[in-house]
Every structure is written in C-alpha cells, then in structure tokens.
Design a protein around this ligand. Structure first.
Ligand code: PGA
Length: 243
C-alpha cells in the first residue's frame, strides 16, 4: 500500500485527478471504477475541467461501486443522479458505457452486475472513498473480504452520515447494492481518497491497523497496487507519513 500525505484537500484531490486523467490519456478506452460521496465531488470537478481542456472520455467505460435499493434512478439522492450531475452529463462519456448497479430490489441485479464487470473488465483503476467506520463501497464492518456484489444492510453510522443529503422527512434507504470487497480487490489499481479529521480514525485503521474485517478498507493492504491519498487532517493519527 502506498501512502501519499498532501498538505490540504485541494492538493490531495489534485493528486487523484491527475491519476485518473493520466490513466485516460494513457489508455483512452480505460475501464474506471467510480465512487459517489462528498469527497468525490471535487474529483469529478477536476475531471470535468480536464475534459473542458480537451480530454475526451468518449471511449471510457465506468462501473460505479454501489447504489441505494429503493431509489429510482431519477431520485435526486440516487447515485445514478449523482453521477449524471457530477460527471456523466458534463463530459462526452458514452451513456451506454456507464454502469451502476440497479437498485430496484431485483434479486438478479447483483449477479447481472458481476457479469457486466466480467464482460467489460477488469477495472483498470478503481476510485474509493472511505466511511468513518472504514467501509469501502457499502461494505460495512464485518463484510467478508471475498464478498461479491450483493445487497447489504447499511450501518446506522452510514445512514446517519448520509442523511445530510436527504430532504427533511426523508431518510436514506436501509439497504444498497454494492460491489463486494472481493470484486473491488480485482481492480488492477486502486486509489482511495480520504479528507478531513473525521476520517482520521478510519485511515489509521486502514493503513496501520491489522488486516481485519472489522475495518473493510484494511483489505487494501493485501492489494498489489493500492494508493491511499490523504490530507494532513485525515493523516493525523498515522505514526508514519510515507509507506
Ligand atoms: P464521503 O463518503 O465522501 O461522503 O465522506 C465516503 C464513503 O462513505 O465511502
């Protein structure tokens, strides 16, 4: 696992954007694994800026990590909507090559998603955020490291953290479809971005703690090409600042 500690959120975000833009420049038909969440909003802004500067995403294929179950794709808080608003509608990426799990509760949706990844993958570069509880995708603590795409119950901590995006009277769904940890680990390269003091505990557990299902992100310690990019606040509890 490589660790990059940046001075501030802007520099950390820039490091991740540069990595994604570089991957697209090197291979215009790259297969990207994408993540939703607040942290990634700035990353998508950076990719959009690169597109406005001439970078084409027309041949890129993308697979998102997860989607809530029970929100139709048009729902403002669905990750389908998030991705359209943050990236897809702002670039020339081909809509037919952007994949997200279906959150319609169909029991076949997870296996279908695995089959799509098998058909179009492997994923060359997987972007990840991290939850305050150490989750990656919606693989909550206790998730099997061999897990595949499946419907999971969201931890209360996750529903609380994400409630800020929902309107008053609305609460986040109780379940989601997420790529499994085993699915994520099959990506050729992984880049995880964590910003801010609120992620410091999770970052320390992921980078310096034991490899344990209690911290799903610690699975990245077993991956041959995983890079963790953090700002100083998120690195606050690390005893080392480079690995
Ligand atoms: P955040 O979410 O970027 O909104 O903090 C990250 C995650 O939960 O994986």
């Amino acid at each position: 696992m490589r660790l990059i500690v940046c001075a501030d959120p802007r520099e950390a975000t820039r490091a991740v954007v540069d990595r994604v833009v570089g991957a697209i420049r090197d291979r215009p038909d790259v297969v990207l694994g994408l993540a939703a969440g607040g942290t990634m909003e700035w990353v998508y802004d950076g990719i959009v800026a690169a597109h406005e500067g001439g970078l084409s995403l027309a041949r890129v294929t993308s697979f998102n990590l997860d989607e809530y179950v029970g929100l139709p794709p048009e729902h403002a808080q669905s990750y389908h909507s998030y991705m359209r608003a943050r990236l897809f509608d702002r670039t020339d990426i081909a809509p037919g090559r952007t994949y997200l799990p279906r959150g319609d509760g169909d029991p076949g949706a997870a296996a279908e998603y695995e089959a799509l990844i098998a058909q179009h993958g492997p994923i060359d570069l997987q972007l990840l955020g991290i939850g305050q509880n150490g989750h990656i995708g919606f693989n909550e603590p206790g998730s099997d490291f061999a897990s595949r795409t499946r419907e999971v119950a969201l931890a209360e901590a996750t529903r609380t953290a994400n409630a800020r995006y929902f309107g008053s009277g609305e609460t986040p769904p109780e379940t989601a479809v997420t790529m499994g940890i085993g699915t994520i680990l099959e990506a050729r390269s992984i880049v995880l971005l964590a910003l801010g003091d609120g992620k410091a505990d999770a970052v320390a557990a992921m980078v310096e703690g034991p490899v344990t299902e209690a911290c799903p992100a610690s699975a990245l310690q077993t991956h041959p090409d995983a890079t963790v990019v953090v700002d100083r606040d998120a690195a606050r509890l690390l005893s080392r600042t480079a690995i």
